[in-house]
Design a protein. Structure first.
Length: 280
């Protein structure tokens, strides 16, 4: 990419395939800029936030935000208005003054935990509980779904520094693009939102494939994209978003332990030997 401030012309990855117009491309961020600011604001004093690349296990400062010229200004605004703004304010951001988790986390805790606990004795501590988006009218599930699909879609592109493109079939990539522009949901796929109730998590895992399944994690939430025909038909037949809020203790624990393992590996690399790491 040209130096910051230079204009980059090209087809917008979101609207360009439909209109074929070359436009000025923005510095599109992989993670929303507010997430970088949040992490850096609350890191431990005297430490640096580091990102660890899966591909070659290199480390680089989180101050070097991951971006590339991908979207036009209009589509950047669309992504923000349709999903990112809601995610940042209601799902990601915690209430530091009152020491409370995000509003969506609080809703899910108060709604899911009592049901899960009531059935734990019958089914065991590994009980998996999934509840459809239509049961949570206080959560703007379509906007959350838009944000998650946008993250997975962006992850399919080359050009993100130290982040290899996630290999998905071209048909689902195109369905995601059309949905992000206002089209139908990607057919026969659901988004699974999995809050971490048992562990406090302070980090991020960029989109990747876990056992062939698209996955990413930020703070207290794990996100999955799953091929699930029956759940998709059930949700859309009721006019709901094809999104499930899920408690899955074993899956959540695996995600947490993988994050811990990456942190420990980072501590042992030469790049981090002279830098105290924040647990982020």
């Amino acid at each position: 990419m040209d130096s910051k401030g230079d204009k980059v012309m090209g087809l917008c990855a979101l609207c360009g395939p439909d209109n074929g117009e070359e436009v000025v491309l923005c510095e599109s961020h992989f993670l929303p800029k507010a997430i970088y600011r949040y992490f850096n604001r609350f890191k431990a004093e005297g430490t640096k936030l580091l990102l660890r690349s899966q591909e070659d296990e290199k480390l680089f400062s989180m101050g070097r935000q991951v971006f590339q010229p991908l979207l036009c200004d209009i589509c950047e605004g669309l992504m923000s208005a349709e999903g990112e703004d809601y995610y940042l304010s209601e799902v990601f951001k915690t209430n530091l003054e009152d020491k409370l988790p995000s509003p969506v986390y609080q809703i899910l805790w108060s709604s899911l935990i009592p049901v899960w606990t009531a059935n734990q004795g019958r089914y065991g501590s590994d009980l998996v509980l999934s509840v459809g988006a239509n049961f949570f009218p206080a959560i703007k599930s379509r906007q959350l779904y838009h944000y998650v699909i946008g993250m997975f879609w962006k992850a399919t592109f080359d050009g993100w520094e130290h982040c290899p493109a996630m290999p998905l079939d071209s048909s689902i990539i195109e369905e995601m693009r059309k949905f992000l522009r206002g089209g139908d949901f990607p057919q026969n796929y659901i988004v699974r939102v999995m809050p971490s109730f048992a562990r406090a998590k302070f980090g991020a895992v960029f989109p990747t494939l876990v056992q062939g399944q698209p996955f990413f994690s930020i703070q207290q939430f794990d996100f999955y994209l799953e091929k699930a025909d029956r759940q998709f038909r059930s949700a859309t037949s009721m006019g709901a978003v094809p999104l499930l809020y899920t408690i899955d203790p074993m899956k959540s624990e695996r995600a947490y332990q993988n994050m811990v393992a990456n942190y420990r590996k980072a501590e042992q690399t030469r790049s981090a030997s002279k830098t105290q790491l924040s647990w982020l």
